[in-house]
Design a protein around this ligand. Structure first.
Ligand code: IPM
Ligand code: MG
Length: 331
């Protein structure tokens, strides 16, 4: 197994080295291929990544990614979006699950759901024109794109509570009618119980009744927005991991960004990146990934936590404690 490791910018450079040490503690046969991509490289060389980098990544099986600063400069091409497209990582999987002893804005911990975000089309089509008086972006919904994300979500629902929520805005965006219809048909074909809800109602409902949801499937931008919002249910953006999955490749990244405001201070929360390692190991079929959950419970109980969770520990201190727990457990 070959793993591309991309720290990226800002706190990506702090949390990924910690996550890699945790992965190393398992002693798996993984060849790591470090790549330096992102905004810092763009500033230095004028290119955030090259075609050669894409080829290198395609020569790997999976990617562990920190965060890359994305800027609106027309000459800056987002590394993240380019990789998602090039590797056809169509399913963005974002679990929203409380961690023991940590509560978010609502103070509750009775929820456990997964956002399945379509990752290749919608308002992220990249088809747009920017002018001084008129700018537009084309929202693309295809049958094929909707079918494969609906399939993914239904298969996931079958392994869980068999309950699918389809999130859309088809009352205004008629393009969402296709997405909704395909999701309904796919759910029926799989025998998955489903309901649908408009994205604005869903935002409200997720805050009021997060316990109602199991698997939530939605289009690209809605999934992007709802997943950040749901991080507030968990308690910190520093706690939510994500996986971008395609037919061939998988790519793991924390939901948080590069956080330039706290970068370099050594206080970023590494747990989201460490949970990405857990998702990577699950994708590899490694059941020992469960040890990561145990180790996280341990540091939370001992209050070895970063300032976003009210603690005083540094990124490395949290990482070291988790690594030690795993090494001790493995003997
Ligand atoms: C995410 C991020 C990205 C997105 C940005 C950085 C391009 O917000 O992974 O959620 O919008 O998908
Ligand atoms: Mg986002």
């Amino acid at each position: 197994m070959k793993l591309a490791v991309i720290e990226g910018d800002g706190i990506g450079r702090e949390v990924i080295p910690v996550a890699v040490k945790v992965l190393d503690a398992f002693g798996l046969e993984i060849e790591k291929v470090p790549l330096e991509l992102g905004y810092a490289r763009w500033e230095r060389t004028g290119a955030a990544m090259s075609d050669q980098d894409i080829e290198t990544i395609k020569g790997c099986d999976a990617v562990l990614f920190g965060a890359v600063t994305t800027v609106p400069d027309p000459s800056y091409k987002s590394v993240l979006l380019t990789i998602r497209k090039e590797l056809d990582l169509y399913a963005n999987i974002r679990p929203v699950k409380p961690l023991p002893g940590v509560t978010g804005v609502t103070g509750r911990s009775d929820f456990d759901f997964i956002i399945v975000r379509e990752n290749t089309e919608g308002l992220y089509s990249g088809i747009e024109e920017i002018g001084p008086d008129l700018s537009w972006t084309k929202r693309v919904v295809t049958r094929k794109g909707s079918e494969r994300i609906a399939e993914y979500a239904c298969k996931l629902a079958k392994k869980r509570k068999n309950n699918l929520t389809i999130v859309h805005k088809s009352n205004v965006l008629k393009s969402d009618k296709l997405f909704l219809d395909v999701c309904r048909q796919t759910a029926s074909a799989h025998g998955v119980e489903y309901s649908d809800i408009l994205v604005d109602s869903m935002a409200y409902s997720l805050m009021m009744h997060p316990e109602r949801y199991d698997v939530v499937v939605t289009t690209n931008l809605f999934g992007d927005i709802l997943s950040d919002m749901c991080a507030s249910l968990v308690g910190s953006l520093g706690l939510v991991p994500s996986a971008n999955i395609g037919e061939k490749y998988a790519f793991f990244e924390p939901v948080h960004g590069s956080a330039p405001d706290i970068a370099g201070k050594g206080i970023s929360n590494p747990l989201a990146a460490i949970l990405c390692v857990k998702m990577l190991m699950e994708w590899m079929g490694q059941s020992r990934s469960l040890l990561i959950d145990e180790a996280i419970v341990d540091v939370l109980q001992k209050k070895i936590i970063t300032p976003d969770l009210g603690g005083t520990a540094s990124t490395t201190e949290v990482g070291n404690a988790i690594e030690k727990y795993i090494r001790d457990a493995l003997g």
